[in-house]
Design a protein around this ligand. Structure first.
Ligand code: FES
Length: 491
């Protein structure tokens, strides 16, 4: 039986995105067997793959890393010595086992061949009887079974190397997969990959990240105060925030399936900096305590409170994959006391209370469709959070971003959008300007004319509140199916 490998690992081996392989599967160019593909199919689909050349793979990873603008990692992305040693030991044990099996079967095949010759010599059977047919079939089948080709051996060697550098986690029951890079914990790696895993403190105190190991080996990387009972340990339960993977691991773990699965939280965050990219918007950067991070879904919003001022609802503009460093884009409206407070009285390290998260403007992760994002003015904030989450998940075949502003030179993160478009083949960015908010509707037909078949797209738009219903009706009138349109007012 030819070797099967998971889609995620196959994508790494040939240096393409998972989406590219899924496209080939849908086109019938590759077969899948419960989420895995055959190595010969992979080599057939990518005959030009330079197995020994890792530059393509590294480039894809580098681009994704820079493009998504993820958490700053330690300079060295390799697993630490202990984890490397544990992975090499596990792989060596697997190799020794495979060698032992290979020797056993080889001896058995040799003995069978000898036995056939011996019996044929004894009985003189060379004709059309069942014994002769079985012997002839066996000898022919042996002759026909080819040893692995050079390409097969190379790709298997590279796969073994990748397994040492990064273990793969498969989550049940969702089937989501991700890799553990460097010395990340299972929880950190899962969050970076865009998964909404259950957790609380991230530091081994609350037990909310408890998960059950179904197969594979894990390794404790930090001590934890939360006590797992002996029964739980016996059943394979671990804390995903305090363990990393030694081998590929299958894990049964809770994931949020929607906004209702995210608990209400109240956290005091510290201001890191306030930016004024132009006079219409301010960008607030803040940080949660290390042991009390914010669990949220991309696209949701929070209530911000400070100094007994009326609370301000504000969309989160950063990605849940970086749950400690939060970003908010606030439209600067004169007279708003909270905005005035941020502009005039707030300093680095000041505390702001956040409550939430709220809202259902979140990505439909089960959808196989490509994505259209439309952000108006500071409505780019939650759209940015969704874009970064979609890039971390790496499931959309194409991502199209339209940012509409109502004053010239107001695309305050235009460079970031252009860098995404430069780095990713499937990312398309268009900056649009109109004179007034009511002019936004006039731009919609032009946007939708870019697409041949709108049935293949989900659209997420964050627009001025009074225009939500009008613009939603307009998007549907121009061909987007209603259930694929997700609208949110700018907060
Ligand atoms: S997240 Fe609290 S113990 Fe792991």
């Amino acid at each position: 039986m030819p070797r099967l490998i998971t889609l995620s690992r196959a994508a790494r081996l040939v240096g393409v995105k998972r989406g590219a392989l899924q496209k080939k599967i849908r086109a019938g160019e590759m077969r899948t067997f419960e989420g895995e593909i055959l190595l010969p199919d992979l080599l057939h689909a990518y005959p030009q793959t330079q197995i020994e050349d890792t530059t393509m793979l590294e480039r894809v990873e580098q681009i994704m890393e820079q493009a998504v603008n993820k958490i700053v990692r330690p300079a060295d992305d390799a697993p630490n010595t202990d984890t490397l040693a544990a992975r090499i030991l596990a792989l060596s044990q697997e190799l020794a086992q495979a060698r032992h099996e290979a020797r056993r079967y080889s001896a058995l095949v040799g003995a069978l061949k000898d036995k056939f010759s011996e019996l044929a010599a004894e009985d003189g059977t060379t004709g059309d009887d069942a014994f002769s047919k079985l012997r002839d079939w066996f000898l022919q089948a042996l002759e026909a079974s080819e040893p692995a080709g050079v390409a097969d051996e190379d790709i298997l060697a590279k796969e073994a190397f990748l397994r040492v550098m990064a273990a793969q986690i498969r989550i049940l029951p969702s089937g989501h997969e991700f890799f553990i890079e460097g010395s990340d914990s299972i929880l950190e790696a899962g969050l970076r990959s865009g998964l909404a895993l259950s957790y609380g403190c991230s530091s081994g105190n609350c037990g909310l990240c408890k998960a059950k190991v179904i197969s594979g080996q894990v390794k404790k990387i930090c001590p934890h105060d939360y006590v797992l009972t002996e029964t739980e340990k016996g059943l394979g339960y671990i804390l995903s925030c305090s363990n990393t993977a030694v081998t590929d691991v299958v894990l049964e773990a809770d994931e949020a399936l929607g906004a209702r699965d995210i608990p209400h939280q109240e956290i005091a965050i510290r201001v890191r900096k306030i930016e004024r990219p132009d006079d219409r918007v301010l960008i607030l950067h803040a940080r949660t305590p290390r042991t009390n991070r914010l669990r949220f879904l991309a696209g949701q919003y929070l209530s911000l409170e400070a100094n007994d001022l009326p609370a301000l609802d504000c969309a989160i503009a950063s990605c849940p994959c970086d749950d400690m460093n939060l970003q908010f884009h606030l439209p600067v409206a004169s007279g708003n006391p909270f905005i005035e407070h941020l502009l005039n009285n707030t300093r680095q390290n000041d505390l702001i209370s956040i409550k939430g998260p709220h809202g259902e403007f979140v990505l439909n992760e089960e959808s196989p469709r490509s994505l259209i994002f439309i952000g108006c003015n500071a409505g780019f904030g939650p759209v940015k959070s969704l874009i970064e989450h979609a890039m971390a998940l790496d499931i959309a075949e194409h991502i199209h971003v339209y940012w509409i502003v109502t004053a010239a030179n107001s695309h305050y993160l235009g460079n970031l959008c252009r860098s995404w478009a430069d780095a990713l083949d499937n990312f398309h960015y268009t900056a649009l300007v109109t004179d007034t908010e009511t002019g936004i509707e006039d731009l919609l037909p032009n946007i939708l004319n870019d697409f041949d078949n709108l049935n293949h797209y989900d659209c997420y738009a964050c627009v001025p509140g009074p225009l939500v219903e009008t613009l939603e009706a307009s998007l549907c009138r121009h061909g987007l199916p209603g259930k694929q349109v997700h609208m949110e007012p700018i907060r």
